[in-house]
Write a protein that binds this ligand. Structure first.
Ligand code: NDP
Length: 332
């Protein structure tokens, strides 16, 4: 498939590539897996693992957004058009409405054009597919998302597969998932891409490390496992754990990098973590007091881990930022 919007050639091992390779051994410059190009590459490596134990996803996301904004300003200054992201929202699910509103606000903050298309949940599958078709054909739209979940009478997979892969900035289309899996340039879904970016920005060594991923969902666990085992990025030995896994605690204990994405408050306890491990908490849950919390028992694990992401303020803020990153790449 011809994808003019993504960086299809390996990052040239020119000055920039070589420089970066030396800075961060986990990010080789040959045969790149994703849509990252030299500019994205230049956005990495700002933090030093030795001096930072708690990953500040909020600050990292803010920094990347500032970099994206500057990039958009430069495009516009050169007579180009600002990236245009469209979001399709169906129904009135409170969570979805908040997510979409935040995405639109983030677009505006970075100088993007954004279009919100909101429909009542009575929209038929056929009508929604017609909306997708129109967005596919609209040359003014660089990328778009259809916010999930959709009402039960609409087949989510059918809608996802109707989106043109080159406009699928959520990275959910099977073509993008497949290309990412075999190491070809592709749109990578925002949460795994955000985690990968955090690991890279904090110069965390992944090559040859044991990585345990708790959860095998299509939007987090599975793509994360594929990314961590790629030759270009992770080069890790990956174990994926789920609700039928045996010896789950022991598998976690062996991990140098533990990524928890299961949706269960404080599921990961201190005895499941190897001393000095890197712990990435993807979970967004409410505890018994209604307070936001992750999948990791943060207070107990923070003294034991070498690097940890808090909730809130860790992986979460990266997700929307990576959607913007994908949309900038879609323009290309
Ligand atoms: P899913 O519910 O789709 O998947 C959960 C996974 O965890 C499944 O693979 C399931 O196993 C596994 N699991 C659940 N309970 C257990 C258990 N007791 N032991 C072992 N495995 C278990 O969730 P998502 O991947 O969508 O999300 C996971 C978490 O991440 C949620 O808290 C969600 O809110 C959060 N999230 C955060 C994002 C962010 O931006 N920070 C973005 C997306 C999600 P099985 O497959 O066997 O059922």
């Amino acid at each position: 498939m011809e994808q003019s919007h993504v960086h299809t050639a390996p990052l040239p091992c020119g000055e920039q590539g070589l420089q970066k390779k030396h800075q961060c051994a986990s990010v080789p410059c040959e045969g790149r897996t994703s849509q990252f190009d030299a500019r994205t590459e230049a956005r990495r490596g700002s933090f030093n693992k030795k001096t930072m134990q708690i990953i500040d996803g909020k600050a990292t996301a803010a920094q990347i957004k500032a970099e994206i904004k500057a990039e958009v300003e430069a495009i516009v200054a050169q007579g180009g058009r600002a990236p245009h992201l469209a979001a399709v929202l169906v129904g009135h699910d409170g969570g979805s409405e908040t997510y979409v509103r935040n995405k639109v606000l983030a677009c505006e903050a970075c100088g993007f054009q954004s279009t919100l298309l909101a429909f009542e949940d009575t929209i038929t599958e056929e009508e929604l597919l017609a909306v997708v078709d129109k967005l596919n054909k609209d040359e003014a739209i660089d990328g778009f998302i259809v916010q999930l979940p959709l009402p039960r009478h609409i087949d989510e997979q059918k809608v996802t597969e109707a989106i043109l892969p080159e406009k699928d900035v959520d990275g959910f289309h099977p073509v993008n998932v497949g290309r990412m899996s075999i190491g070809l340039p592709a749109f990578i879904s925002a949460t795994p891409l955000g985690i990968l970016t955090l690991l890279q920005r904090y110069n965390i060594e992944t090559r040859g490390k044991k990585v345990a991923i708790l959860g095998r969902s299509n939007i987090v666990g599975k793509p994360m496992s594929m990314l961590m085992m790629q030759k270009q990025y992770g080069d890790s030995t990956v174990t994926v754990l789920h609700s039928h896994s045996q010896n789950l605690a022991e598998e976690c204990r062996q991990a140098d990098i533990l990524i928890a994405a299961i949706g269960s408050p404080a599921f990961v306890t201190a005895d499941m973590v190897k001393p000095g491990a890197v712990v990435i908490d993807v979970g967004i849950n409410r505890d018994e007091n209604g307070k936001l919390c992750g999948d990791v028992d943060y207070a107990a694990i923070e003294p034991k881990a070498s690097v940890i992401t808090p909730v809130p303020g860790g992986v979460g803020p990266m997700t929307i930022t990576m959607l913007l990153e994908n949309t900038v790449r879609a323009v290309e």
